[in-house]
Design a binder for this molecule. Sequence first.
Ligand code: AMP
Length: 191
Amino acid sequence: MLNIVLFGPPGAGKGTQAEFLIESYGLIHLSTGDLLRSEMSAGTKLGLEAKSFMDKGELVPDEIVIGMIKSKLDTVKEAKGFIFDGFPRTVDQAMALDELLNNNGTPISGMLSLEVEKQELINRLVSRGKISGRADDQDEAIIENRINVYNQKTLPLIEYYKPQGKYFGINGMGSIAEIAGRLKEVIGKIE
Ligand code: AMP
């Protein structure tokens, strides 16, 4: 199985590139952000709880997102592999994911980290906010907070995957096709 953690700050292009990878490799896309937004629009208890964190650009508590990923993994019986997008975002989430996958004998193959300059992230998020209407993409202070939270809590995950030989840094600047090409090259090495 090919299990990829598609990693990077908000606005790095994880969702866009995930779409391309799903098609190319027949993988299942698991985005905790998408899952949380559908809980929110369905008005579930979990969605309401998550909303208060998402609106501020803070992380939703680990137990909520880990529980969500666990139940998704439980429902999929046949898969060529998964793309984890926006998850894990903390070391505790990464450890929980390893436990879930190791129990199935299908560990993470690699962490592909899209690296993009801060000003470019802000520009991309602001223009995405105009199209998508996502509240957390429309306020520069919230965008700033999400990038700070990423730097403090999520970036350390590179040091979690590096010693396992699973970290691959990828230049996330350039056209969608150029970045897709770089991802494909790395996947060719880990497949
Ligand atoms: P995203 O769509 O990945 O940018 O996520 C949007 C928001 O959902 C984030 O700013 C967090 O509030 C929340 N979120 C998504 N994934 C996670 C996660 N793995 N851990 C905690 N919060 C998350």
